[in-house]
Design a protein around this ligand. Structure first.
Ligand code: AP5
Length: 217
């Protein structure tokens, strides 16, 4: 079987991180989220964190050269030899072209859901400040309000989930996304997944598409 080199595409809040975590658990390939990397670096106050903070908190794209370098370094780690799930990258055509020069993906999954669904998901999202686990106050609540089931950490709202920033993130997404879809469609590796229903329905659907695509029994 070929290595699973996947990119997960779709608007903010469609559920890419949620599905990527499930796919990573199922097939044992690392989940790499550029957004998570940036949030961790911002929280640590590292040099990279200081460089990207303003972009992330305003919902703007971090410059291509910064993101591409981060992804290139991460994909060179040994755990990516058997494959990877890239979540949140590529976001521009230049990023997609750059990725092809060092780790060409062989499957691009595009997740689709209506705007009102996406906005409801983002407004109810909470993440664990310690381990990054993703919850939703209505759809995926923790056992005890405000506390992570996995590590006991505090659940917080992302700074870029404020309504005015969400609006900007959706605008940026719409401007940039169509060419990326066309790019992967032309290569014949694009598959679309309807992500408008609840996660217990969408996750098995994603796993099925991946199993069929790679010919896994
Ligand atoms: P990033 O972290 O990548 O944000 P995003 O793409 O906007 O995606 P999200 O994390 O908001 O959503 P998601 O689709 O993963 O949804 P989730 O699973 O959490 O990027 C943040 C920022 O970093 C960018 O704005 C930019 O500044 C910078 N950046 C990152 N990558 C970059 C790049 N390549 N180039 C330049 N800049 C970059 O789910 C959402 C909520 O819905 C959760 O609460 C979840 O519990 C719930 N949920 C999920 N699925 C379902 C379902 N099926 N039913 C009900 N609820 C669901």
């Amino acid at each position: 079987m070929q290595a699973m080199r996947m990119v997960f595409l779709g608007p903010p809040g469609v559920g890419k991180g949620t599905y990527a975590k499930a796919v990573s658990r199922e097939f044992g390939v690392p989940h790499i989220s550029t957004g998570d990397i940036f949030r961790e670096e911002i929280a640590r106050g590292s040099e990279l964190g200081r460089r990207v903070k303003e972009y992330v908190e305003k919902g703007l794209l971090v410059p291509d050269e910064v993101v591409i370098e981060v992804v290139k370094r991460r994909l060179a780690q040994p755990d990516c030899a058997k494959g990877f799930i890239l979540d949140g990258f590529p976001r521009t055509l230049s990023q997609a072209e750059a990725l092809d020069t060092f780790a060409p993906p062989n499957l691009a999954l595009s997740f689709i859901a209506p705007d009102e669904v996406i906005i409801e998901r983002i407004s109810g999202r909470r993440i664990c400040a310690w381990c990054g686990a993703i919850y939703h106050v209505k759809y995926m609540p923790p056992k005890y309000p405000g506390i992570c089931d996995k590590c006991g950490g505090p659940l917080i709202q992302r700074r870029d989930d404020r309504p005015e920033v969400v609006k900007k993130r959706l605008e940026v997404y719409r401007e940039r996304f169509t060419p990326i879809l066309g790019y992967y469609r032309d290569k014949g590796i694009l598959r679309e997944v309807d992500a408008s229903e609840q996660a217990p329905i969408v996750i098995p659907r994603v796993l099925k598409v991946i199993r069929e695509y790679y010919g896994i029994e």
